[in-house]
Design a protein around this ligand. Structure first.
Ligand code: HEC
Length: 134
């Protein structure tokens, strides 16, 4: 059985997750390469071959924090990836990431205080993106 992480606050959540960063970042980077780089580019700056073939404009994912005034919007990014708040553009063009989202879960506390089992791969992907912000 996998250890579950229970965090005690939003800031703490990120600190707790940071403790397992090397692992998270590794799997996040590998998953990014496998599931995302085709559209977002190997370096996440946009314009991967799939996006080009489909004529899609992909935002530079290394500038998310800068676009939002400096703070990396961790929860929003996870929501975009898992489709929860994805708008039609992303929803219709982004493939289903079932295998990613069906894996083991970690307990994550969100800004509203809800502690929710969240796919570890999703957290790892968001952490990876956070780690490559410029
Ligand atoms: C088929 C192409 C495609 C694939 C594959 C894809 N994306 Fe996207 N992504 C897009 C497009 C197009 C947008 C911009 C439109 C939108 O935001 O709805 C986008 C937007 C995003 C955003 C929002 C950026 C922002 O600043 O708001 C994030 C985060 C993101 N993608 C992450 C990922 C991750 C992580 C993966 C892999 C699990 C992935 N995407 C796979 C096409 C793709």
């Amino acid at each position: 059985m996998r250890p579950f992480m229970i965090a005690a606050g939003t800031a703490l959540t990120l600190v707790t997750l940071a403790a397992c960063e090397p692992q998270d970042e590794l799997s996040g980077r590998a998953d990014f390469r496998d599931y995302c780089a085709g559209c977002h580019g190997a370096d996440a700056t946009g314009g991967g071959p799939v996006a080009r073939a489909l004529g899609l404009q992909t935002p530079d994912l290394t500038l998310i924090a800068r676009r939002e005034g400096g703070a990396f919007p961790f929860t929003r990014v996870m929501s975009v990836i898992d489709g929860y708040t994805r708008k039609d553009q992303h929803g219709s063009k982004m493939p289903a990431f079932g295998p990613l989202l069906d894996g083991p879960k970690v307990m994550l506390e969100y800004e509203n205080g809800a502690v929710t089992p969240t796919p570890a791969a999703l957290v790892a992907l968001a952490r990876y993106l956070e780690s490559i912000q410029r």
